[in-house]
Write a protein that binds this ligand. Structure first.
Ligand SMILES: Nc1nc2c(c(=O)[nH]1)N[C@H]1C(S)=C(S)[C@@H](COP(=O)(O)OP(=O)(O)OC[C@H]3O[C@@H](n4cnc5c(=O)[nH]c(N)nc54)[C@H](O)[C@@H]3O)O[C@H]1N2
Ligand SMILES: Nc1nc2c(c(=O)[nH]1)N[C@H]1C(S)=C(S)[C@@H](COP(=O)(O)OP(=O)(O)OC[C@H]3O[C@@H](n4cnc5c(=O)[nH]c(N)nc54)[C@H](O)[C@@H]3O)O[C@H]1N2
Ligand SMILES: [Mo]
Length: 777
């Protein structure tokens, strides 16, 4: 390239950041950080690495056993089969044929198109939006509600205070925290590893810097967590190594102390809340004979009663912010810690004041705490779904295994449909779901499973028809994310791998075969859609705000466009605090519901009308702990996003002997004769997996941490567990039970295991081997 202007980088984005790409479409293409990012994440630099690219799906592929079964041959279980590569025309004809056949024979409600998953950044090529729009044009599908991230909280919080999306978008900003907060109490830390991620990407990672500013301002940090290292500020942090899943008891004891010491803010509870007296009666033991004293909580949490009592006094005497990781609600009775958090914050009366109140959650993603202005983004219309049936997202195995059975959700009873065809794009159920041995069973039930994938992931290997999808690097899109300072034109920087096509192009061709092309494409190609989405967005912004975007051509040429800022501080629920009559909440009472009549009237034993302690189905205080004495924390991985790019060099560098590290307390390691690097087997009644031991004083005794993301690599277990994952995937151990009959959220973080040294012949990790019959790089 000779022209100097050609040296200008082009932009692309992933959920880990905004990137400058140098020398696109050459042998030397490099993905580097956006210059304006103060703390870029390295995860995305390896997207185009040869090791990453080696596992691309290159041609449409059909499972041999599925083809044979159509001819009356024997059924081969999904996951143990080879593939036959076919031309695009043939593959798409098969998919269109199946969509027709299933719709004619069983109706649209026999198609599951929930297709949960994070997919990729970019406002247009978002796989979930594409599949939903396509299936809506085809008469609809059974959809999913909520997310794995926030099953319990997303259900609960709108009844009590505000929808999670509103709360997340309105977190008090880091500068305000540094200026006003005196005590920052966090449940589950503020993991900077998690804040590498932002839905749609980010131009500036701000969590580490925000925490440092607070530390320099002298804020006192307390981290209530089974793992110490999820909060790091560069300064001192008090670590409260709580027993996992017992945080509600600690919060109730804080509330009890505030109440009996008369430190609760009666005026705020009167003016801004409703139902405190019901909660109060429970706290004092009038409801169940058990006052929720610090001594009571100490026995449950493993924390000293005197410290709990003192903490309540300290919180009341200072400007205090209480933060809670989402992990706490991905648990059995996961509603309760969130409800208790809100109740304690309401009693402290600092909600809506700068630097005070509650947060849910700093660190879960980069956006929370951003001071950048909230400007709405471009939207791609998914159209209306004519099918009313749905599942709470984490109930997928129940639906497949128990068609016709009923489930409750928000107090209403619904039924599972009989699913014949599953269509997935942009997610990995063999990453995200719990009790994978059970999911493998459930996955054998549908007649046909179609997956669009970029790589030979476990989800691809469990499908009948695999269609190769492009990555963001191979297509054009618009980078926009909430509370970001810029938008960017995402350019294609490399040609598609093999015969990969955009999800949009795949659905466009299918829609042509099915005679629904006009509705799906509206006559536009991908570039046409970008221009349209941008144009409509620009017009809406001009109409409703003072934000003036340049015309599309200028945006596309410039590559990066700053969004106007106000610099105004953000304080969560500030307006509501100032005037609860003029700015009521969207709850039934317009106020914070410490007691919620609507939920109480659902009459659910596992989620009554106020925050309460309910034992999880397994925890360190339960009888199961005799056999399985370690609580498994399967948190988010620091070197990837879920299972995405698990096969990249960046993620593989952290593995030991090719297996995922499991962190455990040195005393638990010693008791089992385990040293660093030893191959260990984690197991319970649901399954077993292999991992590499790393003793660490950052992990509470009785707790082990095996982060999620290792590609599912099943084998039979010689010791008799339902499955052995050879690679270190914690979801063979977790339980597929709902948080409660109210939300039906996932409860991944409620899980006990045993751990032992593995003494047999170590089986090879085969997660990154392509299935037989498929083209390799
Ligand atoms: N034990 C345990 N389990 C958990 C959790 C936990 O804490 N503990 N956390 C849960 C949470 S919070 C979540 S959000 C889920 C995440 O679960 P998922 O979102 O399902 O996980 P990902 O690995 O991000 O899966 C995305 C898949 O989409 C593919 N993909 C990416 N872009 C595209 C595209 O443009 N087109 C197509 N066709 N495919 C694409 C990727 O290759 C990848 O395989 O996991 C949940 N599971
Ligand atoms: N690098 C990276 N970042 C990510 C993701 C990723 O895959 N990789 N995923 C993104 C997604 S989809 C989501 S939903 C968010 C999730 O954000 P979170 O759910 O908040 O993240 P986790 O890492 O699962 O857990 C956070 C911390 O909670 C602690 N914890 C677990 N159980 C308990 C408990 O019972 N009590 C207490 N006090 N602490 C507990 C764990 O020790 C852990 O350090 O992260 C996002 N960020
Ligand atoms: Mo998530």
């Amino acid at each position: 390239m000779s022209d100097a202007t050609d040296k200008r980088p082009v932009y692309t984005a992933s959920h880990w950041g905004l990137y400058e790409v140098h020398e696109p479409h050459t042998e030397r293409t490099r993905i580097g950080p956006y210059a304006g990012d103060p703390d870029p994440s390295p995860i995305g630099y390896f997207q185009n690495h040869p090791t990453t690219e080696a596992l691309r799906v290159r041609k449409p592929a059909v499972r041999r056993g599925w083809l044979q079964a159509r001819e009356g041959g024997p059924a081969v279980p999904r996951g143990q089969d080879e593939y036959v590569e076919v031309e695009w025309d043939e593959a798409l004809a098969l998919v269109a044929g199946e969509l027709r056949r299933v719709r004619e024979a069983h109706g649209n409600q026999a198609i599951f198109g929930g297709s949960y998953g994070w997919a990729s950044a970019g406002r247009f090529h978002h796989a979930q939006s594409q599949i939903h729009r396509f299936l809506n044009c085809w008469g609809g599908y059974v959809r999913h509600m909520d997310s794995y991230s926030l099953g319990a909280a997303r259900s609960l919080m709108p009844y009590l205070v505000a929808p999670m999306d509103h709360l997340m978008h309105s977190h008090t900003d880091w500068e305000t925290l540094a200026q006003h907060t005196k005590i920052f109490l966090s449940f589950g830390g503020v993991p900077a590893k998690n804040a590498q991620v932002a839905v749609g990407g980010t131009a500036g990672h701000q969590v580490r810097g925000g925490l440092q500013k607070m530390q320099q301002a002298g804020v006192r940090f307390i981290n209530v967590s089974p793992t110490r290292d999820d909060l790091a500020t560069g300064g001192e942090i008090e670590w409260w190594p709580i027993r996992p899943n017992t945080d509600t008891a600690l919060l109730l004891a804080l509330a009890h102390t505030l109440r009996v010491r008369g430190l609760h803010d009666s005026a705020f509870l009167q003016s801004h809340c409703t139902g405190f007296e019901v909660f109060e009666a429970y706290l004092l033991g009038e409801t169940d004979g058990q006052p929720k004293t610090p001594a009571w909580a100490a026995a449950i949490t493993g924390l000293p009663a005197a410290d709990i009592e003192q903490l309540a006094l300290d919180l009341a005497g200072n400007r205090s912010m209480i933060n809670m990781a989402w992990a706490l609600q991905r648990a059995h009775h996961g509603e309760q810690p969130y409800w208790a958090l809100l109740s304690v914050a309401a009693m402290l009366g600092q909600i809506g004041l700068p630097g005070g109140g509650f947060a849910c959650c700093y660190g879960a993603e980069n956006m929370m705490g951003s001071r950048h202005r909230r400007i709405f983004g471009p939207t791609f219309d998914q159209k209306k779904n004519p099918v009313a049936d749905f599942i709470p997202v984490a109930r997928i195995a129940d639906m497949l295994l128990q068609p016709g059975e009923s489930f409750t959700y928000h107090g209403v009873t619904h039924r599972y449909q009989d699913i014949r065809l599953v269509y997935w794009a942009g997610g990995n159920p063999f990453h995200h779901h719990q009790d994978l041995a059970r999911l493998v069973q459930a996955w054998q039930k549908p007649e046909t499973i179609v997956v669009h994938e970029q790589y030979w992931t476990p989800a691809a290997r469990m499908a009948d028809i695999v269609l190769p999808a492009t990555t963001t690097l191979e297509r054009e899109d618009i980078f926009y994310a909430a509370r970001e300072p810029v938008i960017a034109a995402m350019k294609s920087v490399q040609p598609p791998a093999g015969q990969a096509r955009d999800d949009y192009a795949i659905f466009a061709e299918l829609s042509r075969l099915l005679g629904i092309e006009d509705g799906f494409t509206e006559g536009l190609d991908a570039r046409g859609w970008l221009e349209r989405l941008y144009g409509e967005w620009r017009a809406k912004l001009a109409e409703r705000t003072d934000v003036a975007l340049p015309p599309f051509e200028d945006f596309w040429r410039e590559g990066l466009v700053p969004l106007p800022q106000t610099g105004e501080p953000v304080v969560l629920l500030e307006e509501f605090r100032r005037d609860p009559v003029k700015h009521p909440l969207h709850t039934a009472s317009g106020r914070i519901e410490i007691f919620c009549r609507t939920i109480a009237d659902f009459g659910l034993a596992d989620c009554p009308g106020y925050a309460c302690w309910r034992e999880p189905h397994e925890w360190l205080g339960s009888p199961v702990a005799q056999r399985f004495p370690l609580h498994l924390i399967s948190d988010q991985p620091r070197n990837k996003l879920h299972s995405q790019l698990d096969h990249s060099p960046h993620s593989r560098a952290d593995k030991i002997g090719g297996r995922e590290p499991v962190y455990l307390n040195p005393s638990d390691a010693q008791a089992r004769g385990i040293v660093r690097g030893d191959l260990v087997r984690l197991f319970n009644t649901r399954g077993a997996c292999l991992a590499a031991a790393v003793p660490s004083a950052d992990i509470r005794q009785g707790v082990v941490r095996l982060s999620t993301g290792a590609w599912f690599d099943p084998a039979p277990d010689a010791a008799g567990a339902p499955v052995l994952d050879k690679h270190g995937n914690p979801n063979v151990l977790t339980a597929d039970i709902p948080s409660s009959s109210f939300s039906q959220g996932c409860s991944a973080h409620t899980c006990l295991v045993q751990l032992e040294r593995f003494t047999g012949v170590a089986p090879d990790v085969t997660a990154y081997r392509q299935p037989a019959g498929t083209t390799t790089a």
